[in-house]
Design a protein around this ligand. Structure first.
Ligand SMILES: *Cc1c(COP(=O)(O)O)cnc(C)c1O
Length: 399
């Protein structure tokens, strides 16, 4: 599978594909074709087919990765903006309810956007203190759910611990209280199988530049269950959500389908790279990707237990593979310095997550067993020799 991705330096062990996926081998040619043939040659006529690209790629995601209905997913905007649009739409659909639920360990952009929405609407956020290792479970909701709650939102796979939330049980509890659910799939799409329709998901968003290899800042996706398409109105009333867009008429009248969750012109060049990313995984298929991912994370954890735990590391991810996503968090009091030192001295690229996590993602589509073994050797050397001490005050602007 590794031949399908560009690898400029075989000595670099890249374990950060959960933050920025590798460059698919076909992406540069796909970009060049889009630029030269479509933009250069077809010019504005290309909008005849470009205009449906967000829906076409959405359908591809729905079928291959999301277990979602046709015409229920579109690519647009960023995950942050889509999260805002869908959370606002959900809150506005239940104006009589005054509270929403999320957890303290949720990804920062989700938390901040909820804070902004709650402030603007005078709503209460009920923060759940979930287990940082195992993430949210349905029983966490017992104390916070009542008929005041309009929205329950969590990440499907925790960005720190990689815990997989029990989507079906949480949705069941939320629905019983009359609340909608909204899931952030950024760390699960392309890493683990997802069944949005079967699990009663109302709303979801996610990134395409992580496991889906769509390229830095590639457009995000959003999902709305078909039963809600005509009930929800998102707050960015752009012309791409308008019925009969090119009539350019007076007064916003949203489309009756998933397109009402669009706002403005899609980024066609970026979508070409995203397409290459999506196809790089679609060729392999989710069942094979998941099997490979579990084998890789198990291998990493077993080696870490044997060789790194004696050096002060411990596991910050669920030990049970069925409860764990595509990455592994190793905890160590000096994880920050170790993470920087590994990059600079050992060419092992992981990342640091507060307060004490070294996050490593052996990615099913391109990481080899030999790379996992070698990474553990290098981490062992780096920590056992105390080489990381030199990096105690160092840091990266972007971690
Ligand atoms: C990476 C990530 C994001 C990123 O959102 P952007 O708008 O692309 O910056 C959002 N949520 C989660 C859970 C993530 O892991």
């Amino acid at each position: 599978m590794t031949a399908n991705f560009v690898n400029h330096d075989a000595n670099v062990i890249y374990l950060d594909g959960n933050s920025l996926g590798r460059l698919p081998a076909g992406a540069a040619a796909e970009l060049q074709r889009t630029v030269e043939v479509e933009w250069g040659g077809e010019l504005i006529d290309a909008w005849e087919h470009w205009i449906d690209e967000p829906l076409r790629l959405g359908d591809r995601l729905a079928t291959v990765f999301l277990g979602a209905e046709p015409s229920s997913v579109v690519l647009a905007d960023s995950t942050s903006v889509n999260f805002f649009k869908l959370a606002a739409a959900a809150l506005d659909s239940r104006p009589d309810r005054r509270a929403l639920v999320t957890d303290r360990h949720n990804f920062p952009t989700d938390r901040y956007i909820l804070e902004g929405l709650a402030l603007a609407r005078g709503l209460e956020i009920r923060w759940v203190d979930v287990d940082p290792l195992y993430g949210p479970v349905a029983s966490d909701l017992a104390q916070v759910l009542d008929d005041e709650v309009s929205l329950v939102t969590f990440s499907h796979v925790a960005y720190r611990s990689a815990a997989i939330a029990d989507m079906a049980a949480i949705n069941g509890a939320a629905r019983a209280a009359g609340a909608m659910n909204l899931w952030d799939l950024s760390h699960s799409v392309g890493a683990i199988p997802i069944e949005l329709a079967a699990n009663g998901v109302d709303l979801a968003v996610g990134c395409t530049y992580k496991y889906l290899n769509g390229g830095p800042g590639s457009p995000a996706f959003l999902y709305v269950a078909p039963r809600l398409h005509q009930q929800l109105i998102q707050p960015v009333w752009g012309w791409f959500g308008q019925q009969n867009q090119f009539a350019m008429g007076q007064g916003y009248q949203p489309q009756n389908d998933i397109r009402r969750f669009l706002a403005g012109t899609p980024p066609i060049i970026a979508l070409a790279a995203t397409r290459a990313g999506i196809e790089s995984l679609a060729r392999i298929g989710m069942p094979a990707l998941r099997r490979r991912s579990v084998a890789l994370t198990e291998r990493l954890i077993e080696l870490a237990e044997a060789r790194l735990f004696p050096l002060g590391f411990s596991l910050g991810s669920p030990r049970e593979p069925e409860l764990r996503g595509g990455h592994v968090l190793l905890r160590h009091p000096q994880a920050r310095a170790i993470s920087v030192g590994l990059r600079r001295q050992e060419q092992v690229i992981g990342d640091f997550r507060e307060p004490d996590g070294l996050r490593l993602a052996p990615v099913a589509a391109y990481t080899t067993d030999a790379e996992v073994d070698e990474a553990v050797d290098r981490i062992h050397r780096h920590v056992a020799t105390g080489a990381f001490e030199e990096y105690r005050d160092a840091g990266n602007r972007v971690t």
